[in-house]
Design a binder for this molecule. Structure first.
Ligand SMILES: [Ca+2]
Ligand SMILES: [Ca+2]
Length: 132
């Protein structure tokens, strides 16, 4: 579906400077830390959904912010909404296991999980040649 752009994690500040080179596991730790709202050291379903939502949000702004002012105005939103409708329909069709026409919590969770997988795939691979 191609909406998860690389660099979704680093969106925002430091656009001009070169992206910080984080190690993969450090990235995951930072990711968990950032979205672990109840501070139990791991991401539960709710925190995970919020994390995915945030990442998607950043990716969307990156993708649809045509005039690059950092936010989506009505026109940019309209373009986004149109495309999102199509994506949403495709996602529902794909993950709607019980064919209810909508995603239940469980189906949504499966969709989110796949989404995060895509994010991970977009990230630089962990360096296996290095020793530790
Ligand atoms: Ca937690
Ligand atoms: Ca804009």
């Amino acid at each position: 579906m191609g909406m998860m752009a690389t660099g979704a994690f680093g969106a925002g500040q430091d656009r001009a400077t070169k992206p910080p080179t984080l190690r993969y596991d450090e990235l995951l730790v930072a990711f968990t830390k950032k979205y672990d709202t109840n501070r139990d050291g791991k991401l539960d379903e709710l925190e995970f959904s919020a994390a995915v939502e945030d990442l998607v949000q950043r990716a969307l702004i990156k993708k649809y912010d045509i005039n690059r002012d950092g936010r989506l105005d009505a026109k940019e939103r309209a373009v986004m909404r149109q495309e999102m409708e199509g994506i949403k329909r495709a996602v529902v069709m794909k993950y709607d296991a019980n064919h209810s026409g909508a995603l239940s919590g469980q189906e949504q969770a499966a969709a989110n999980r796949d989404l995060l997988k895509q994010v991970e795939l977009a990230l630089p691979k962990p360096d296996r040649s290095g020793s530790k």
